[in-house]
Ligand binder design. Structure first.
Ligand SMILES: [Zn+2]
Length: 297
């Protein structure tokens, strides 16, 4: 998954005030995406992803002029990452703004994770320049990852929205099946699992039951937590569950949200997710295809 890479890049998001050195990464985002340099190296390069693309992110020394507002983000092993909060910067030669979602196809994985996680923090900083309670300009807390209001002392923490991914399964007469869905109105309509955001006041288990009923009209039982995954593209923490259909397995698709949903036997599951190394959805679908009910036992 996107947060899984080698032990040489352990994620440390403890916030402490640091000044960037010339060799530290310094990220900058606009509505167009993240400053990055993408090299097309072809499929024969061992470092390249399936797309054959290798991404590099800018370091402080790459910028012709030092951005004026810089804050520390996090470290991945020995590599430190900073964020330029300026609206505009003098872009380093050879770098351009690339869609963070598009970078999902590229390698190495730890830089993809850094670009995605940095984008979540960048959105948070930019969305909270003024206090949501009193309207005064906010400030960054000096020694913690908090945005504070000097007028009314309101504190804002990074935005993380919990949501669920749910693999609905059945084992009718020994035929192991899973419900896959496809969203309407998306350009990348891969088969996926039932998913949705947690509502205020709702435990995760109820999110699973509600989303499955809303999207495909099924009751479920035997919920089992599998893994969770930060999904910074949508400010989300995704929580993955396995569950089994309870009673009538007839799917009633929510046409307003989904284009299609149906049961797949293991040997019918499309292979389009086999190379998906980033998402929990891809891992769960592939795991069920290979292991069936042993996926959670
Ligand atoms: Zn305030």
């Amino acid at each position: 998954m996107i947060q899984e890479f080698g032990p040489e890049h352990v994620f440390d998001n403890h916030f402490a005030p640091h000044e960037p050195a010339a060799g530290d990464y310094l990220l900058h985002y606009t509505d167009a995406g993240c400053l990055a340099r993408v090299c097309h190296v072809g499929r024969s390069d061992a470092d390249a992803g399936d797309s054959g693309e290798v991404v590099e992110l800018p370091r402080l020394a790459d910028y012709p002029r030092r951005p004026s507002r810089v804050t520390y983000l996090f470290s991945l092993g020995e590599e430190r990452f900073f964020l330029a909060l300026d609206d505009r910067v003098a872009a380093p030669a050879g770098f351009a703004y690339e869609s963070v979602n598009w970078l999902r196809r590229a390698e190495p994985q730890h830089l993809l994770f850094a670009a995605a996680t940095g984008s979540q923090l960048d959105r948070w900083y930019r969305a909270n320049r003024f206090c949501g309670r009193c309207g005064a300009p906010t400030e960054l807390a000096p020694a913690s990852r908090e945005i504070v209001c000097p007028e009314c002392a309101h504190i804002v923490y990074p935005k993380i929205c919990p949501g669920i991914i749910c693999a609905v399964t059945s084992c009718d007469g020994g035929d192991e099946k899973i419900v896959l869905t496809r969203y309407a109105g998306r350009t990348t309509a891969l088969w996926a699992l039932v998913a949705g955001f947690t509502e205020i006041g709702e435990p995760l288990e109820d999110t699973v039951r509600r989303e499955v009923m809303e999207e495909v009209g099924l009751s479920v039982k035997n919920l089992r937590f599998y893994k969770s995954q930060p999904w910074s593209f949508t400010d989300t923490l995704l929580v993955g569950f396995w569950c089994e259909v309870d009673g009538d397995p007839t799917i009633a698709v929510d046409r307003s949200e989904l284009k299609e949903a149906r049961w797949f036997s293991r040997d019918e599951i499309p292979l389009e997710r086999t190379g998906d190394r980033a998402s929990l959805t891809g891992e769960m679908i592939e795991r069920f295809r290979l292991m069936g009910r042993r996926a959670w036992e």
